[in-house]
Design a protein around this ligand. Structure first.
Ligand code: NAP
Length: 251
């Protein structure tokens, strides 16, 4: 049974691997056997060390994914390092909180650019290698706000709605090439992304009161879903959005 989830010999790209959910999924893939290219804005030194300590090959690329030609640079680095791309986790994402009536064009464009445009074009660039080999596992990080509107985060909700639709659109086109495209929709997880919410006693209580599991999620909680969607265990699953939310959407 453990063979179903074994990633030995597989190579992965994880964006935003230095912290939060990206770090959790990077360590999950490494524990399952994968070698990994960690892509970050600033540095992923600590995660890099932890992956190597597990006996895996690992490299990092420090890059702003929104810069021109960044997606091609990521794919070139992965191919130079590992010769192939088996798994891509599109995790890097940002959020801006301002009431819709005051929302700026910059906050709209920055969020849409990283959270959905980069997701599409990085996946397109990686899929050129996957298609040649008729093998690939793409995992996009969506959100509960792929399904719901959220409060004072209009560009984030729009971008994560797009992530869900990109996932389905690519799954439709690429299943015949052996490429699975799925998404994980994390619930409310304790990371930098939700620091402001957790520090607001009113919002924090309202959120906790609605989570059936009665706690915030952690980067550890998302490991299993990532390994599942990266492994042979999910070969006949594509275009799916898997919520890891302590029951939030069931409420
Ligand atoms: P996080 O702690 O803020 O991590 C985001 C990661 O993205 C960081 O590693 C960051 O790198 C990287 N990043 C940001 N801008 C980048 C850029 N321009 N180029 C390259 N890398 C960049 O957030 P998180 O909570 O782990 O979120 C990870 C993903 O899960 C995001 O897509 C987020 O929307 C999604 N999500 C989170 C939650 C939650 O409750 N936390 C819920 C649903 C969905 P630096 O630190 O180096 O800037």
């Amino acid at each position: 049974m453990s063979d179903l989830f074994d990633l030995t010999g597989k190579t992965a790209i994880v964006t935003g691997a230095s912290t939060g959910l990206g770090k959790g999924m990077t360590l999950g893939l490494a524990e399952a056997g994968a070698d990994i290219l960690l892509v970050d804005h600033v540095s992923s030194d600590e995660t890099l060390k932890e992956v190597k300590a597990l006996g895996r090959k690992a490299e990092q690329l420090i890059i702003d994914l929104t810069m021109k030609d960044a997606v091609q640079a990521v794919v070139s680095k992965a191919l130079e390092t590992f010769n192939k791309i088996d798994i891509l986790i599109n995790n890097a994402g940002i959020i801006r909180r301002t009431p819709a009536i005051e929302f700026s064009e910059k906050d709209w464009d920055d969020v849409m650019n990283l959270n959905s445009r980069v997701v599409f074009f990085l996946t397109q660039a990686a899929a050129r290698d996957m298609m040649k080999r008729k093998y690939g596992k793409v995992i996009n990080i969506a959100s509960l706000l792929s399904f719901q509107g959220g409060i004072i985060v209009p560009s984030y909700s729009a971008s994560k709605g797009a992530v869900m639709q990109i996932t389905k659109a690519l799954a439709n086109e690429w299943a015949k090439f052996g490429i699975n495209v799925n998404a994980i929709a994390p619930g409310y997880m304790a990371t930098n992304n939700t620091k402001a919410l957790r520090e607001d006693p009113v919002r924090s209580k309202a959120i906790l009161d609605r989570i059936p599991a009665e706690r915030w999620g952690t980067p550890d909680d998302i490991k299993g879903a990532a390994v599942f969607l990266a492994s042979r265990a999910s070969d006949y699953i594509t275009g799916h959005v898997l919520a890891v939310d302590g029951g939030w959407l069931a409420r």
